[in-house]
Design a protein around this ligand. Sequence first.
Ligand code: DLL
Length: 433
Amino acid sequence: MIWNEEFETLPREALEALQLKRLKNLVERVYTAVPYYHKKMDEAGVKPADIKSLADLVKLPFTTKEDLRLNYPFGLFAVPFETVVRIHASSGTTGKPTVVGYTKNDIESWAELMARTLSAGGAHKGDVVHNAYGYGLFTGGLGAHYGAERLGAAVIPISGGNSKRQIMIMQDFGSTVLLCTPSYALNLADVMKEMRVDPKTLKLRVGLFGAEPWSENMRQEIEARLNIMAIDIFGLSEVMGPGVASECIEEKHGLHVFEDFFIPEIIDPETGLPVPPGEQGELVFTTLTKEAFPVIRYRTKDISRLITEPCSCGRTFYRMQRITGRTDDMLIIRGVNVFPSQIEHVLMSIEGVEPHYQIIVDRQASLDVMEVQVEVSESIFSDEIKVLEKLGKKIEREIKDLLGVSCKVKLVEPKTIQRSEGKAKRVIDNRKL
Ligand code: DLL
């Protein structure tokens, strides 16, 4: 069902007029309120008054994760801090997280966007929404939570982990809608099997999965093993959190971008220029309504393409193809964004560790596992086993503390990790999605 007929089915012309009005307002706001954007726009030789049509968007400079890092933690907030009511964060490329803020109105918009998302996936008032996205600094849990309440559903804020208990709650509370990462959905299916729970005896009807890449094959597997319909939902903290784009249950082909809130662009990651319509490239978003943390032309590093053909569901919003990759080396391990540079950051702070390492990712029984192999100095390697074990545990602990995700550390002899002639191959990802 379409949650907001008025906006989700706007004729393109009216939609574009609304976008332009909001874009002008946005540019004016950030130019006035955020010194960093002011300076960047001055350097690019563009003033708010230069934005006369949507085509002028390309005159504005991009925003990147690096800009966020330089302004850590609150430097890009565009409102007085007293009006910020929520702060979330996701992984940065080094030791510091990427921080985002929301005003009361932003939280309202987010609830609306997630209500649309849930509704597009076939959820409705009266549903029992089993929200297994993580609650906390991650945007998944609370973002989906407010949307489900807005929808009029009963939310179970179960968060991630403790799968047996999750399944017991599903049985006892009659969960009808499942929200979690696609890999966790498969993990739940494994645990159900172990517990000899037949998914057909549950009331689950649909699942809205996102926060990490998955494939059509994974969709089919989840649908078959959990006996539900599986929907792809997309978002990122810097732009809002979940609720940026979502599939409709009618087509399950491409994710409608909520274009009255966000303008999507696809650019060539090398040149920064727009690609011809329909071609693949890097997704870029401009937020049209956000107050506390607006972004202009934020480079997601996610690869997709835009589908402009009308959709049978009646929504007029363009669709983005499911994410097919990234332009950088970010990994998503059990829903947590991990940059090899963060692991390097930990390794380099530890005595006796050499700057040669490799990260090996696998999926075992539907769970992501990460092993970090790292060379240690000659003297350490010839030490007692106990010393090595202690060092390995220390690295594991520090990685867990910084990234929030556990891994196994394997210390190896000097010169065992293959040296490369060009770019070092830091990551071996054996997961088959
Ligand atoms: O993952 C927000 C979210 C929560 C989306 C719950 C959907 C459901 P971040 O932690 O900032 O935010 O990570 C954003 O995750 O740039 C993509 O690389 C990846 N990602 C998110 N959704 C999908 C998806 C949340 N459906 C980063 N398919 C993004 C593929 C996805 N990748």
